[in-house]
Write a protein that binds this ligand. Sequence first.
Ligand SMILES: CC(=O)SCCNC(=O)CCNC(=O)[C@H](O)C(C)(C)COP(=O)(O)OP(=O)(O)OC[C@H]1O[C@@H](n2cnc3c(N)ncnc32)[C@H](O)[C@@H]1OP(=O)(O)O
Ligand SMILES: CC(C)C(=O)C(=O)O
Ligand SMILES: [Mg+2]
Length: 596
Amino acid sequence: MRTALPAPQQPSGMPFAKYRPFQDTVITDLPDRTWPTKRLTTAPRWLSTDLRDGNQSLIEPMGPEAKRAIFDLLVRIGFKEIEVGFPAASQTDFDFVRSLVDDGAIPEDVTISVLTQSREDLIDRTLDACVGIPRATVHLYNALSPLFREVVFRMGKDDIRELAVDGTRMVMARAEKVLTEDTIFGYEYSPEIFVDTERDYTLEVCEAVMGAWEPNEDREIILNLPATVERATPNVYADQIEWVSRHLSHREHVCLSLHNHNDRGSGVAAAELGLLAGGQRVEGCLFGHGERTGNVDLVTLALNLFSQGIDPMLDLSDIDEVRRVVERSTQMDVPPRTPYSGDLVYTSFSGSHQDAIKKGFAARAKAVEARRAEGLEDDAAETAVPWSMPYLPIDPHDVGRSYEAVVRVNSQSGKGGVAYLLKNRHNLDLPRRLQIEFSRIIQRHADTYGGEIDATLLWRIFADEYLPIDAVIHRDGLEGLAAWGRFELKGATLTSTQDEDAILTVTLTDEGDERLLTASGNGPVGAFTTALEQTGVSIRILDYAEHALSEGRDATAASYVECEVGGQVLWGVGLDPSITTASFKAIISAVNRALR
Ligand SMILES: CC(=O)SCCNC(=O)CCNC(=O)[C@H](O)C(C)(C)COP(=O)(O)OP(=O)(O)OC[C@H]1O[C@@H](n2cnc3c(N)ncnc32)[C@H](O)[C@@H]1OP(=O)(O)O
Ligand SMILES: CC(C)C(=O)C(=O)O
Ligand SMILES: [Mg+2]
């Protein structure tokens, strides 16, 4: 044997020289940044743009029914700001906004937001869509970055600034004309491509827009700073937000809003750092729908806060219902690894994780029980014990998931997971060495057949190995198993008087032939092993454990016996309403296994 360093990575051959680091295109440094030492203590204002940014990115944009299902869901969850579309884009978009008004579907406390470019005809149409909405915000955007100035608009900085100011004025004029006192009207401006724009210039345009809107204490302006395409690490976005937040005039009348996309996969992190840096509101979509890699995932952001003991101000306690509505409406699946909502995110397959989770649940149950013993009600006792569980950042129950899928078994699993499933599904509390023995059997099965061993299959394998007698294999879930084993216990009668050995009469079948055996011993188990020795089998009991499977008069007992049978050490298991009979069955189980 010798040691050496790993071989070095090799050049990829990919055309990386075509790209430029973000530091070369915009100045972002902020040496006296304060956000790294801040912490989040409350949820921000949320705006869902599922029906706008989310919808504009779908292969097939949502029809009115799908949109309505999402809208109603957003209201139910607790969103107070919902961007419902781009009404000037199409008749369908316009009609959807009107249908919300006509149906009276907009609660008084929910603000409807609609997006428009800075073009008069589009602005007029957008405002017309808002007539009769109790609270409406018009959201106007135009891109500011050098690339867009040169390539898309082919305009200079001053003209682009005036595009924003003119648009703001046009919105105000049209609102004045078509909206009545019944509408509480608000305004949002987005310097699109904010992250690639010179910060001084962003500030200049935002100030010019504010000059037109004239915010005051009853007239806030939402300035929304989008990472339209995420191009830098999240700390850079935070520096950009903090810089703007510090330099804006009328800061107290500005709601500084974040709008992150996820092109580098760090949309959530960027939004969180942006909040530390002064952001007060976040725009995004449920499950990260939206252009390209999506808008920031509001479910993840909200539940990240929840996991820190902060009220997310959105009710996600039935995450699967939220997911179902979104999947149905968007025709897009939520992948199984999606934080908090994916199918597999509360599931462990691997042995060491399962072992830790099993111990974690046992420790928690004990701690909760202790709080109950102090007099707390069930729910209060659960809440009084802080969630601290290996590998599970939040309690699956809190989002409507059960513990069922927390542990699943395959070739990567160990004894902890196997024992967890038997305990949870069948109340069997296997002794440690039996756990080890049975998990080897499971491992062999997984290696031979591959795939997952679900709880039903696990139970069948367990029953076939340890309990293969007729009475057991006719139970639910065990149909089709064949009985096997040299011995089957048919009955046993024990007579004992004080100070004398117990006398046991045992009826059993040996290879199908009925036999009657009698023996004495200083206890039932001793007498039983002596009786069995009359069949030519030598048995030594090494360990023994038992517990009730259920409570009450009809309770079944589980008995586990570790035996040495003819030089082999192995376990047997017995289930029976009588604890004594359960232990006899466990010995038979071990003997049958040894002779198999
Ligand atoms: C980052 C975002 O998510 S922004 C939102 C994007 N969403 C959408 O675009 C969905 C809805 N859009 C649409 O239905 C259409 O694009 C419409 C109805 C808005 C406009 O359609 P059209 O009039 O055909 O124009 P088109 O879509 O080609 O837009 C490009 C024109 O708008 C101009 N433009 C782009 N953004 C803006 C803006 N914010 N303000 C003013 N003009 C703009 C472009 O410079 C271009 O002008 P040009 O034709 O003089 O070169
Ligand atoms: C319209 C704006 C806010 C946008 O969606 C973006 O820049 O991503
Ligand atoms: Mg966007």
